[in-house]
Design a protein around this ligand. Structure first.
Ligand code: GLY
Length: 428
């Protein structure tokens, strides 16, 4: 069978890599793909991004199943378009994708359905937004209402940061911001697959959004991730399903927009293990997908077919018990002004324990060049977070491109500090 993966980032490379291992899959198209999917003889890049042309392509090629990676085509209604033409596709409809494409929609939905999240207010008027910050003080969170590739959120530790974010985000006609109370705790990514009614949870994960080590500096789309996330204990997992995921899926169905697709709840888990929703995304996370798919032992094609048949209640997922950890290598100048065109060398051969998933890369005349902010995600499996981190970093240090940036501390929250050296014996 033929499958089509829509998108061109690391998440889509990981989806395509996993799908090509499935027994019933003979061809994996990736639209538009990247340098890594172009170089992989098992995958075929298709230079199309327009949703209507993608549907034409899927119909002409008799593609059995399409899976959508990024949020932009979902918000543009690619799922509605495919379905209207009788083409099988996994992802949320445009109406359901509002859970990600509009922060204001998501907050109002959560409030109406009693889903735990921070208190919030929505503003189109900068003066009113500034007055709100003056009243509440910092820390406080400012979110741009539309899609912002994971970079539309400012966690302002001082009021001046919040005021600057408001001025920046409220530029342009129709701009809206959501201002939320700050939530303390540890973040985790909780991703499930939904078929409209049934839900199956994927392995837990945690990403690192800040550019610099120690979780400092500006937000990025994600500089690395690992799975599982120890902060999601079995008790927290049960609470997330009970208090957040199941009411969301039931609420969307009740509101007339049944949710199909990957649903990603960004969580904040407080010291008592209480989970609250930071945001919803309507897709797999990136780079969370890379580490989750490294650990998935079940057949992904089979799973996606169940998800599009409405029979996810019939699946039981199998996971590699080891830890997967991915280190993102980003371009010079990322996240503000990423540079393109740097030659990439030193890529290791992939194995069952190590994969380099490409994102911002392109193949030009046989040369692999950087072409985006996040360039590669070097992903390794290991018996512990520390061992997976060591394996990923060993490979990272062999890969070269000018201006490469990465973090050496991905997974640090899950790595227990080494025991202090034993005290010397007391003098006699
Ligand atoms: N890693 C964050 C995201 O995918 O939105």
């Amino acid at each position: 069978m033929k499958v089509l993966v829509i998108g061109g980032g690391g998440r889509e490379h990981a989806l395509a890599w996993k799908l090509k291992q499935c027994e019933r899959v003979h061809i994996v198209f990736v639209a538009p793909g990247n340098g890594g999917t172009a170089a992989d003889p098992g995958l075929r890049n298709v230079p199309i991004t327009d949703p209507a042309r993608l549907a034409d392509f899927a119909a002409a090629e008799k593609v059995a199943l399409t899976v959508v990676g990024p949020e932009a085509p979902l918000a543009a209604g690619v799922v509605d378009l495919f379905r209207a033409r009788g083409l099988r596709i996994f992802g949320p409809t445009q109406a359901a994708a509002q859970l990600e494409s509009s922060k204001a929609f998501a907050k109002e939905f959560m409030q109406r359905h009693g889903i735990p999240t921070a208190l919030y207010a929505t503003f189109t008027d900068a003066g009113a937004a500034h007055a709100h910050v003056d009243r509440h003080g910092a820390p406080i969170v400012v979110k741009a209402d539309g899609l912002a590739a994971g970079k539309g959120v400012v966690v302002a530790m001082i009021a001046a940061e919040a005021h600057a974010a408001i001025d920046h985000m409220l530029q342009g006609e129709g701009a809206r911001v959501v201002i939320e109370d700050f939530m303390a705790g540890e973040e985790a990514s909780f991703i499930v697959m939904c078929d409209g009614t049934h839900v199956v949870s994927l392995a837990t994960s945690q990403d690192h959004k800040r550019i610099f080590e120690g979780d400092q500096g500006p937000n990025t789309g994600g500089m690395g991730a690992y799975s599982p996330a120890p902060v999601v204990t079995p008790n927290v997992h049960a609470r997330v399903m009970q208090d957040i995921i199941l009411p969301t899926v039931a609420g969307m169905a009740k509101d007339g927009a049944p949710y199909t697709g990957f649903l990603y709840a960004g969580l904040m888990i407080d010291e008592q293990g209480r989970p609250r929703t930071v945001e919803f995304n309507c897709r797999l996370g990136d780079p969370e997908a890379q580490v989750i798919l490294m650990r998935l032992k079940s057949d992904l094609f089979d799973l996606l077919m169940h998800a599009t048949e409405g029979t996810l209640d019939q699946v039981a997922l199998q996971w590699d018990r080891r830890v997967a950890l991915g280190v993102v290598m980003a371009a010079h100048g990322y996240p503000a002004t990423p540079r393109s065109g740097d030659a990439i060398t030193g890529l290791p051969a992939g194995s069952a324990e190590l994969q380099v998933f490409h994102a911002g890369t392109t193949l030009e005349d046989g040369r692999l060049l950087t072409s985006g902010g996040r360039v590669l995600c070097v992903t390794a499996l290991g018996e512990s977070v520390r061992l997976a981190q060591q394996q990923a970093l060993l490979a990272v240090r062999g890969i070269r491109f000018d201006g490469a940036q990465w973090r050496n501390d991905i997974g640090h929250r899950a790595i227990k500090p080494a025991s202090p050296p034993a005290a010397p014996p007391a003098a006699a």
